[in-house]
Design a protein around this ligand. Structure first.
Ligand SMILES: Cc1cc2nc3c(=O)[nH]c(=O)nc-3n(C[C@H](O)[C@H](O)[C@H](O)COP(=O)(O)O)c2cc1C
Ligand SMILES: [Mn+2]
Length: 484
């Protein structure tokens, strides 16, 4: 089944491709209040979740739609990254080897291109014509503080000195007809741009795309280095520039093929209470904080727009699979780049949000190899932030399978000598265990779940059928045993 990746130029053509591979389900009659969020959550827990396109949403006109589950399996994530829809989890990570480095290296060959028109200009709403709740913005989780219009979003800011555009995925909560808070962690590029604009000009210009090709969310939600525009990074992934239209009031980019884009200004004194919101750690966060609030002056949209929802929550959540794949490939690349030999695989598990639990497989070549792999991994710049557990397994163990990894821990780890605890390592404010106001250290464990090196030759033999025997019986009874 040949889906032509080059034909994917926006969310509509992306949906066609997803429909063609049998991965799209349309859901009618859901309520924006909790039902879209809960139906999406139930879907993420299925073995291979489909993409859900909600239409005929309660009290909204047909055509005002919400999409979730856009990148929650290997087929759709592979399509979105333009790598193909035929890869499985490991093949996707392998296909990504070296790619983030290439995308970065080539980004300046694909600067975003300004154009005059595009589907996003189909409808332009100005000032008091604007009502953000014209869109079926979900209340995603039962204890959320409100309706989040920005989950699968890309918030554009600029560096006031260089003009370089940044795109970050930062959650946006509707606060009024024409206002929405934008919750950005203070170290992020968008937050730095906003602080610089406030210091120099007393306000900060913003555009935010709230629906479009999910590739933009992957770029906006991934740590692309400072000074590199995520727009150019997306151009580099696509091999062609992203087309943008300068916004009427700020001149900031409005992606020409987007579904919905808002534009306006942030001002230091315009804040509102934000949250709580069910977050990727699996807990609610926020609640009492005052957060900067965007005064929306323009809405650019299609007549039947699709809001791209990527709600987090207790994993698996909307983008936990994407995060795992991206993290796994970046950690694999950087671990191999250290020169460590015989690395067989890496998986940054969804249970730990792609950060807290990383499994690494090696073929042991010398005494100390396993410990070296674990300690190195735990401190790689791509893996160190918020990590809690690195588990090192032998190459016969599938890092992707928690069941296999934990079997190795149960049978190859001697807790008294095979668990190294590290102190004062790189933690996070969003760690549910973190004490408010305390320094953001954490502790972590490197678990050596490899067979002891000195016993490799005489360690008990694994009691399972050989691959050849397994394949023979599957071939003999394909209907019975062939399903995954
Ligand atoms: C779907 C999604 C939602 C996210 N929500 C937030 C958020 O609300 N606040 C935040 O600071 N980071 C959030 N992140 C993480 C940032 O987007 C990520 O760190 C990104 O690198 C930020 O861009 P920047 O590096 O250009 O600042 C989210 C990521 C994804 C994929
Ligand atoms: Mn950035």
């Amino acid at each position: 089944m040949g889906v032509s990746i080059d034909e994917i130029v926006d969310l509509r053509t992306w949906l066609n491709a997803v429909r063609e591979i049998g991965d799209l389900r349309e859901v009618r009659g859901a309520d924006w209040h909790l039902e879209i969020g809960a139906a999406s959550e139930v879907n993420y827990r299925l073995p291979s979740p489909a993409a859900l396109l909600f239409d005929d949403i309660a009290s909204y006109p047909t055509g005002m739609r919400v999409l979730t589950g856009s990148m929650s399996n290997a087929r759709r994530l592979g399509l979105t990254l333009r790598l193909g829809a035929e890869l499985d989890d490991h093949a996707l990570v392998r296909a990504l080897r070296g790619k983030p480095g290439e995308w970065l290296r080539d980004h300046d060959k694909y600067p975003a291109r300004a154009v005059d028109s595009g589907p996003v200009l189909e409808i332009v709403e100005r000032d008091d014509e604007i009502d953000l709740l014209r869109f079926p913005v979900p209340t995603w989780h039962e204890s959320d503080g409100g309706r989040y219009i920005g989950t699968g979003c890309a918030v554009f800011t600029t560096d006031p000195d260089t003009g370089v555009v940044n795109a970050g995925a930062y959650r946006m909560q509707v606060q009024g007809d024409r206002t929405a808070t934008i919750n950005i962690e203070s170290g992020k590029h968008g937050a730095m741009h906003i602080r610089e604009w406030f210091a120099k000009h007393g306000r900060a210009p913003i555009t935010a795309s709230l629906g479009g090709d999910p590739l933009m969310v992957i770029a906006a939600g991934t740590e692309v280095p400072t000074g590199v525009s995520e727009l150019d990074y997306v151009g580099s992934i696509l091999g062609r520039p992203v087309e943008i239209i300068p916004g009427e009031v700020t001149g900031l980019p409005v992606p020409a093929s987007a579904e919905i884009v808002v534009e306006g200004w942030l001002r230091p004194d315009r804040t509102a209470e934000e949250g709580p919101f069910g977050e990727w750690t699996g807990y609610y966060s926020g609640g009492s904080e005052q957060v900067l609030m965007l005064d929306v002056e323009r809405v650019y949209r299609r007549s039947d727009p699709i809001l791209l929802g990527t709600p987090p929550g207790k994993p698996p959540h909307d983008y936990s699979y994407m995060r795992s794949v991206m993290k796994s490939s970046m950690i694999l690349d950087s671990l191999i780049a250290t020169g460590l030999p015989e690395v067989r695989g890496v998986w940054a598990h969804e249970e730990g949000g792609g950060r807290q639990l990383v499994a690494v497989a090696i073929d042991q070549k010398y005494a100390g190899h396993a410990r070296q792999a674990g300690l190195l991994t735990s401190q790689l710049p791509t893996a160190a932030y918020m990590n809690k557990f690195v588990i090192v397994v032998d190459g016969d163990v599938d890092t992707r399978s928690l069941s296999e990894v934990m079997w190795a821990v149960c049978t190859r780890t001697d807790p008294a000598k095979d668990i190294e605890i590290l102190h004062q390592t790189w933690g996070s404010r969003v760690d549910p265990l973190a004490d408010a106001g305390a320094p953001r250290y954490n502790t972590r464990a490197v678990i050596d779940a490899c067979r002891p090196y000195e016993r490799l030759a005489d360690f008990p033999v694994v009691a399972e059928a050989s691959q050849a025997l397994r394949e023979r019986v599957i071939a003999k009874w394909p209907d019975l045993l062939g399903g995954r």
